[in-house]
Design a protein around this ligand. Structure first.
Ligand SMILES: [Fe+2]
Length: 248
């Protein structure tokens, strides 16, 4: 027995959808309540759906009783202030687990490579059901920022960088792909992240939005690449343990 997975994610592990008209929506992410939650980088999170509807961001499996990353419970105070964000998470009609807005402070390419991690989306997920993947809807217009994805953390040749202007919509198998965001902008970045269960509903949602499964990565300046290589060399030399399973 295995999991139900989306064929569209089989080859590269990511898919980029039509860009959303973010400018037509109010900036609801500025109205909701954030909690400090250490993820990859300097971050805060505002949960829209959590394990049991509390204003917290812990993995669902840490709760009592533990649960897999499905059947998230809406956080009343935040969804009351962010109905458009909730509606966008609900639009595919797939089961929703964690749903939250991430706030990320500016960082460097080397920081992003250091922050690469895989998510622990499918702990306790029963085989035979849908594999959990994650949607990233960029809210702020971060035209110089990219989602860095690697099939193999230590192999830059496996890297893809997906631009993150306002309205960028990507769906990523974040348990398979190492990922982090390089955000060189001057302002904080906001992005809606939703855990969805793979299945016919999510497949139909993707199919209707001109899915692209391979994109050309914008270049990284040589100085940024060199700094990342230097820091990765240090990391490997020190044999330092790195976070293997971040929760965002
Ligand atoms: Fe993550």
């Amino acid at each position: 027995m295995t999991y139900v997975k989306l064929p569209v994610l089989e080859e590269t592990g990511y898919v980029v959808l039509d860009r959303y008209d973010q400018g037509a929506d109010p900036a609801e992410w500025l109205d909701i309540e954030y909690v400090d939650w250490k993820s990859s980088g300097d971050t805060r999170f505002a949960p829209l759906a959590s394990a049991y509807g509390e204003l917290e961001c812990n993995g669902f499996w840490h709760h009592d009783p533990p649960k897999t990353d499905k059947d998230g419970v809406w956080v009343p105070g935040n969804v009351a202030k962010a109905p458009r964000l909730q509606a966008r998470a609900q639009e595919p009609g797939a089961n929703i687990g964690r749903c939250r807005v991430i706030e990320l402070k500016p960082n460097s390419y080397a920081d992003a490579i250091h922050n690469l991690h895989q998510d622990d989306n499918n702990r306790l997920n029963p085989e035979g059901t849908g594999w959990i993947v994650r949607g990233f809807f960029n809210l702020t217009d971060d035209v110089d920022s990219v989602m860095v994805l690697r099939e193999d953390r230590d192999n830059p040749a496996t890297e893809t960088r997906i631009p993150l202007p306002a309205g960028a919509q990507l769906i990523v198998d974040t348990q398979r792909l190492w990922h982090a965001v390089w955000h060189p902008g001057a302002q904080v970045r906001y992005c809606l992240i939703t855990s969805w269960e793979s299945g016919p509903e999510l497949a139909a949602y993707i199919d209707a939005r001109h899915p692209v499964t391979r994109i050309d990565s914008p270049p990284v300046p040589a100085a940024e690449l060199a700094e990342a290589e230097r820091r990765e060399g240090q990391r490997r030399a020190s044999g330092a343990m790195t976070e293997q399973m971040s929760e965002a």
